[in-house]
Design a protein around this ligand. Sequence first.
Ligand code: GDP
Length: 296
Amino acid sequence: MVFEGLADKLQGALKKLKSKGKLTEKDVKEAMREVKLALLEADVNFKVVKDFINKVKERAIGAEVMESLTPGQHVIKIVNEELTALMGTTQSKLTFSSKPPTVYMLVGLQGAGKTTTGGKLGGYLKTMGKRPLLVAGDIYRPAAIKQLQVVGKQLDIPVFSMGDKISPVNIAKAGIEHANQHSNDVVIIDTAGRLHIDENLMDELEDIKKTVNPQEILLVVDAMTGQDAVNVAERFNEKLGIDGVILTKLDGDTRGGAALSVRAVTQKPIKFVGMGEKLSELEAFHPDRMASRILG
Ligand code: GDP
């Protein structure tokens, strides 16, 4: 189950409401106190939790709910709807350029899972009937180019590289040229990930952005780093402007703080989630399904 700890606690808090006949305002407030604690323990951003609880309370402590025949169910439905809204309401799909190739730039810190995710995304697009090209733009991590080539080979997706002596901006430009010549309709540019966000990293990414004018900049962040992932997303979004987030390692995330806060904090949607190390383990993110999975 995803976010086991959070799911257990939320379900526990809401179960008490379900078993009651009529609800009093005190019952709802008590349950919301438990929901609040569960969200904070799950490392959800404090302000996000506060707003969420206020919204649920406002809707739940109204005559319509309190006097309904199944008030407990009603409150659970409200929590489900607000959790869904928190994560973006509906699935946010990838967009494509009207004039191919569609260029996606993958950005993120080292170790987040960028290279693996580049491959996964290529595989996903291939199943949609696209002809992706992976471009090796991370010239600083010695093994990154080789790793992308291995991933490409496993998926039977071509990888464009120019070694590590040419600037990433020029590699990106040449990659798109290569795609044009080989009828690749999607280009996924893997970019450098540093250990920390620094000016050099951002400047270089900005240069690539200016040069290739990507359809989307997708930020890859590690869900297991909780609020750090949200802070990284905020910084990248401020500096670079991102179009969406790919949240990796959700399979190992028992808490859920990043998944529940990223959207509310950055206003940018989670588009995909990584659910394992295998190259097939990438899923489109559906806020409603995720909310239902958390609430059981
Ligand atoms: P990069 O430095 O950002 O390019 O990261 P890599 O692509 O090299 O990934 C770092 C590690 O995370 C590797 O061991 C990957 O197998 C692992 N990884 C990536 N995505 C996922 C995921 O969704 N789930 C799990 N469990 N591991 C992942």
